[in-house]
Design a protein around this ligand. Structure first.
Ligand SMILES: N[C@@H](CCC(=O)N[C@@H](CS)C(=O)NCC(=O)O)C(=O)O
Length: 217
């Protein structure tokens, strides 16, 4: 059965692969699972047909027969648990990989999302410029901790896992901020993730949906 994922009709990033469907596409590409895509407009995302799939009116979603999932972490975990290639066979090693998925989503991603809010949602507030260094320092703190842990290893837990997939995708959003350049081992880690053939396939797959639409500016 070919799963269906829901993605933006037009991603606001214009095809840079930052939307969270990219994590799901990447995971599916890593395990060699083909998929179909349903695109939704911003308006459709907030209407009942989509809200039945995603309570909060967001993408991505994942459908496989009767199963409907949302939350990119849950979807990637489901893919990893039902195919080989993204979790080690050893139970404890798999638990460590899952721990890194949660760390990416719960500990590293929140301050990164704050930077997006500070720039795009709050950039015109009178206090925005004063707040920005605090927001950037919170990210630096997490990156420094991640950098210390990673050291000169290629991946977080031996071989590449779903934990790396999630961490790389969470962190690569920082590239335009310049913060990655302050942590060369994390910059290399992200580049290593992006150079995986499955990442490239996922990236190429999302491009036509996001950059080739008639009328796109
Ligand atoms: N925690 C959710 C976040 C989903 C999310 O924020 N999706 C964004 C796209 S990357 C979205 O749908 N934004 C539009 C909106 O929230 O209205 C996940 O990981 O799936």
């Amino acid at each position: 059965m070919v799963p269906i994922i829901t993605v933006f009709e037009r991603s606001p990033d214009g095809g840079k692969g930052l939307s969270r469907d990219m994590r799901v596409r990447w995971a599916l590409a890593e395990v060699g699972q083909p998929y179909d895509v349903r695109t939704v407009s911003f308006a459709a995302m907030k209407q009942s047909a989509h809200l039945k799939r995603q309570t909060f009116g967001q993408i991505p979603t994942y459908e496989e027969g009767d199963l409907v999932l949302f939350e990119s972490g849950s979807i990637v975990l489901h893919i990893a648990q039902n195919h080989s290639g993204l979790l080690p066979a050893d139970t404890n090693a798999a638990a460590r990989a899952i721990t890194w998925m949660f760390a990416a989503l719960n500990t590293v991603e929140p301050p990164i999302l704050e930077l997006q809010n500070a720039k795009f949602a709050e950039g015109d507030r009178p206090w925005a410029a004063e707040r920005m260094p605090l927001v950037r320092d919170r990210i630096r703190e997490r990156l420094a901790q991640l950098s210390d842990y990673l050291g000169d290893a290629d991946w977080l837990e031996g071989g590449f896992t779903a934990g790396d997939l999630m961490m790389v995708h969470v962190v690569l959003r920082l590239r335009p901020s310049g913060l990655l350049d302050e942590f060369p081992n994390i910059a290399s880690y992200v580049a290593r993730g992006e150079s995986r053939p499955a990442f490239r396939r996922a990236y190429e797959a999302q491009l036509p949906e996001n950059v080739s639409k008639p009328g796109r500016g």
